[in-house]
Design a protein around this ligand. Sequence first.
Ligand code: UDP
Ligand code: MG
Length: 317
Amino acid sequence: MMKLSVVVPCYNEEAVIDQFDAKTRSVLDTLAIEYEICYVDDGSRDKTLTHLRALSEKYPDATRYVSFSRNFGKEAGMLAGLREATGDAVVIMDADLQHPPELIERMLGLYELGHDQIIARRTREGDKKVRSALSRLYYRAVNKWVDVELTDGVGDFRMLSRPAVDALLSLGEYNRFSKGLFSWIGFDTVTFDYQNAAREAGETKWKFGSLLNYGMDGLISFNNRPLRIAIWLGLTLVGLAAVYAVWIAVAAMTHGVDSPGYVTLVAIIVGMGGVQMVMLGLIGEYIGRIYYETKRRPHFLVKESHGFPGKPEGVER
Ligand code: UDP
Ligand code: MG
């Protein structure tokens, strides 16, 4: 019988975690498979861990959890869950029931057809207009600038085959931008749509600022194409300056020098200064990433776990 692992990163989810567990288990019980649910408590400040302890006592064989020493972010949570998972296939789900557990059956059907990544893409129905418009714009920009393809509405809700999981785990980078990594590993991928659902209880961990940061990560953490754009922008400006210089020289020779052109000068100096600062910042972003990569720090630290198979990262035991 095949074994399925459900990986669930949770941060301050005490309000929904039991509901999630009950609903997901009721779906999994109807399927003819073995399963385990791997919770990752991402340093919650509420009673999430207490709930996880209770759940693992109630279902000791089909539940395991790992709890971080502090909040390391959802990326680290997913990584821990993928490492922890022992199944032939793994589903990654949010704890807030925005990822309907009923879809697991459909995913499993596609998995059995031999696909390695089965992606559930949410529609943007019910989202704020501004937000979905911004997302569309963002994805258009990203797909122009970044090597890997990212699709609007495609998130972390997906089923991965064992080879795909192992491929993901072989990528050791510190800055993990999962959307990019999923796409980068390739494998046989299928996508289907599902109706967007509102969070069942509790609240979203995303603020507008963190979304902007995440967007920035997507743009620059994946390749060095933005640096290439900087080069092209620089060359374009040099070209424009040269044309302008020739034009001024010709004008001076034919009409003589008349206007002093302070405004033009100031505008050019300020504009060029701005461009240079932006490009410096861009280079700084890459250097910052190199800095973090070279430290080789663990992605997360574990303070407590139940049924964790291997040695958790960063913990000497
Ligand atoms: N999450 C996490 N660590 C964090 C933030 C979020 O593990 O630092 C989890 C959270 O508990 C949830 C999932 O990631 O299971 C998605 O978070 P959320 O629902 O807040 O995001 P949204 O659905 O609004 O994009
Ligand atoms: Mg959510």
